[in-house]
Design a protein around this ligand. Structure first.
Ligand code: UN1
Length: 507
């Protein structure tokens, strides 16, 4: 068992200083694998802390936006190097505060490293367009401008990767940041901000305020001096964020729920599909917005797939993510575990057949953590709540499908549209699925998780609101295009009027 760790008192980061919250209060951060272990005390932020952070970010914007982008990039390159150097320690702390296994927290830090290097590279690639004008002696071009102060609200399931998806593009484009991390993972947020400070980010450019949604999140998203909000979390909260941003027309990016599916066709490599369903469904304890919480299986291979899938799920080793032999960690907190348990009851009451797991693990080594068995429901009707609603836990619903068209109909028959996958060896089916699946991300012969940082990330329907994170796509959200016309003719030239049309020239 982990030994007791002396609790550490952490601070907010405002205007280049580590400061206490105006509330003078703190909240606890505990290890979900062993809730006796207090990881630290973090400031319970208030609207006043948010005001101070926004004011610092507003002030810092004046000079930060003038720093040449390749110079801003140098700071990001340094931050990436520090992340590389400290990867192991950062991964261990992340496992302690949110539970996922070390291999995955290393992956989370790696995703932040990749994103930081990628966006640092964008410091020398902020290309616009140049084009001839329709008028003589006139020149046209476009340049990217920062949007302003960015409020970044992030979830606990990717405590370093997701903040990096937002902070790095914001910074390389000359914006300043107020960062509000999830209350379950403030330690990883602290590490990331501390690394940015060490890398040389000037005072006020990045500010960290920890605390609740009502005390920190809402004041941030309604603040008159914040121009942009990026939020990753539930669809329910996302709708509120969208409404809060509407009156002042803030740039608003939402990355919300998912109910992703793996489709297994009759010609699939079944062992490969089982590998994918295990990793997609139970990786991160099912707590990814990209998690494969549904599997649609062709009736011809249904029985065989289900047997193999259940056998593998039952063998998964659940435990403390710091133990290298653990394959699945705990749920992040008690309330998430309760949600999982509620959905197991819902599934049973709806008549789905429970074929693996279904119980909380609470004895022996599990007694002090929020553990749940990997759980599979079979013979599900696609309209059941367990097939429609995001559970965010280790529960997978298996749905029999009659044929390809039925599989696509089931896949698309949910309110969400983040990620989907098809296992098939038939090229025609694969390409038809790529076109027909209504999701922002489609995988062929791979599970629904595992997006890479240089490609756009995001979803459609109730998953997103039309923006994408990561890749060059992120640059469009964190910048405004400015279109510039330079007239060096030394006379008044009137667009559309002095040019006329081809027909007019002939007259
Ligand atoms: C999330 O689940 O919120 O594609 C993000 C993936 C990861 C990111 C997931 N790279 O699964």
């Amino acid at each position: 068992m982990a030994t007791a760790v002396v609790p550490k008192v952490f601070k907010n980061f405002i205007n280049g200083e580590w400061v206490e919250s105006r509330s003078g209060r703190a909240f606890e951060n505990r290890n979900p694998a062993n809730h006796n272990e207090l990881i630290g005390l973090f400031p319970a932020g208030t609207p006043e802390d948010v005001d101070l952070a926004v004011e610092a970010a507003r002030e810092a914007l004046k000079s930060w936006r003038q720093v040449p982008a390749p110079k801003r990039a140098e700071i990001l390159f340094r931050a990436a190097e520090l992340l590389v150097r400290r990867k192991e320690e950062l991964a261990r702390d992340m496992t302690r505060e949110m539970g996922k296994i070390l291999a995955e927290t290393r992956g989370d830090v790696q995703e932040a490293i990749d994103m930081t290097y990628y966006m640092a590279g964008e410091g020398r690639r902020q290309f616009g367009q140049t084009t001839p004008s329709e008028l003589p002696n006139k020149f046209c071009m476009t340049v990217r401008e920062p949007v302003g102060v960015c409020g970044l609200i992030t979830p606990w399931n990717f405590p370093m990767a997701i903040p990096s998806w937002k902070i790095m593009p914001a910074l390389i484009l000359g914006n300043t940041v107020v960062f509000k991390p999830a209350t379950d993972t403030p330690l990883s947020a602290y590490h990331l901000v501390q690394i940015l400070q060490e890398a040389g980010v000037p005072r006020g450019v990045v500010n960290l305020v920890t605390g609740s949604g009502s005390q920190v999140g809402t004041p941030l998203m309604t603040h008159k001096d914040v121009q942009l909000i990026s939020f990753t979390g539930s669809t329910e909260v996302g709708r509120k964020v969208s409404e809060a941003c509407a009156p002042e027309f803030k740039h608003c990016h939402l990355e919300m729920g998912g109910k992703n599916i793996i489709l297994v066709m009759e010609d699939a490599n079944l062992d490969l599909a089982v590998d994918g369903a295990i990793w997609g469904g139970f990786g991160t304890t099912g707590q990814r917005c990209t998690a494969a919480s549904r599997v649609g299986v062709h009736k011809k291979v249904y029985k065989e797939f289900l047997e193999k899938f259940v056998e593998r799920a039952k063998k998964l080793k659940v435990g403390d993510g710091l133990d290298p032999t653990t394959e699945m960690g705990p749920c992040v907190n008690e309330s998430q575990l309760r949600t999982v348990m509620e959905y197991v009851e819902i599934g049973k009451n709806e008549g789905a057949r429970l074929v693996a797991g279904g119980h909380r693990l609470e004895h022996g080594a599990y007694a002090k953590g929020w553990f749940h068995e990997p759980t599979i429901f079979a013979d599900c009707d696609p309209k059941m709540r367990i097939c429609q609603e995001e559970i965010f836990g280790p529960v997978v619903s298996v749905i029999p499908v009659d044929n390809f068209d039925h599989a696509i109909e089931v896949a698309n028959g949910v309110p969400y549209g983040l990620s989907s996958s098809i296992y098939t060896r038939d090229l025609q089916k694969a390409f038809r699925a790529m076109r027909a699946l209504e999701t922002g991300i489609v995988y062929v012969n791979a599970p629904t998780i595992g997006a890479e940082t240089h490609l756009p990330f995001g979803g459609i329907k109730h998953t997103g609101n039309g923006h994408r994170e990561a890749s060059v796509a992120a640059l469009d959200f964190y910048s405004e295009w400015k279109t510039i016309y330079v007239d060096y003719s030394d006379r008044l030239q009137r667009a559309q009027i002095d040019t006329g049309s081809f027909g007019a020239l002939k007259e």
